[in-house]
Design a protein around this ligand. Structure first.
Ligand code: NAG
Length: 184
C-alpha cells in the first residue's frame, strides 16, 4: 500500500523526468524569422539616413582598407539553412560592435534606431542557433578569413565596411534566412 508521502515523491520524480526531457522555455526557443522577409519601410529609412550621413563625412576621415572584409564569392543561399543563420549572426555581431563604438556624435545619434533594430534581430537569431551543428568548409573558411582580416583593419575601415555592407546584410542575407528553405 502506498502512503501519501510516497505518492507525492513518485509524482515529483515523474515530473522532474518529464521537465528534463522537455527543457524549460522549449516554446520560447522556437526560431521565428519569417517576419524579416521584408523590413518595414520605417526601418529601412532609419538605415538610409545613417548611411547618407556617413557618406557625407566619409571623405574627411581615414577609411582605407587592406582587404574587403565582408567579401565572398558565393551567395548566402549556397549555404545550408543552418550555416546561413550562423553567417548572418556573425555579420550582425560585428556590425553591432562596430556601430556601438562610432565616435562621431552626428553619426552615432542617427545610429541609435538602426542599432535598436539590429539588436532585436540578433535576439531573434539567437533562438535559431541553439542547435550547434558542424559548419561547412565554406563557412569555416569565410569565418576564419573574416576574423583575420578584421584584426588587421583600422577602426575607420571597419566602420566603412560595416555601413556599406548594411543593405546587403538586411536585403539579401537576412531576407534569405527569413525564407528558410525557399531562399532562391
Ligand atoms: C555572436 O555573439 C554572441 C554573444 O554576444 C555569441 O554567443 C555568438 O556565438 C556569436 N555568433 C557568432 C556566429 O560568432
Amino acid at each position: 500500500m502506498m502512503n501519501v508521502g510516497y505518492k507525492v515523491l513518485l509524482a515529483l520524480t515523474l515530473w522532474m523526468m518529464i521537465t528534463e526531457a522537455f527543457p524549460k522555455g522549449h516554446q520560447k526557443t522556437k526560431c521565428h524569422l519569417s517576419k524579416y522577409k521584408s523590413l518595414p519601410p520605417g526601418y529601412l529609412e532609419a538605415f538610409k539616413k545613417a548611411k547618407d550621413k556617413f557618406e557625407d563625412i566619409m571623405l574627411l576621415s581615414d577609411q582605407k582598407c587592406r582587404t574587403r572584409i565582408f567579401h565572398r564569392n558565393w551567395k548566402v543561399k549556397q549555404l545550408s539553412v543552418h550555416d546561413r543563420v550562423i553567417l548572418v549572426e556573425k555579420e550582425m555581431n560585428v556590425t553591432i560592435n562596430v556601430l556601438e563604438n562610432v565616435e562621431d556624435p552626428s553619426l552615432s545619434e542617427l545610429l541609435s534606431k538602426p542599432l535598436e533594430i539590429l539588436i532585436q534581430i540578433r535576439e531573434d537569431l539567437r533562438d535559431c542557433t541553439r542547435q550547434t551543428l558542424p559548419h561547412s568548409e565554406r563557412l569555416k573558411n569565410w569565418l576564419q578569413n573574416f576574423d583575420e582580416s578584421k584584426e588587421k583593419e583600422t577602426p575607420g575601415c571597419l566602420e566603412a565596411s560595416v555601413i556599406l555592407n548594411l543593405f546587403r546584410l538586411l536585403n539579401e542575407d537576412l531576407r534569405c534566412i527569413a525564407h528558410m528553405k525557399v531562399c532562391v
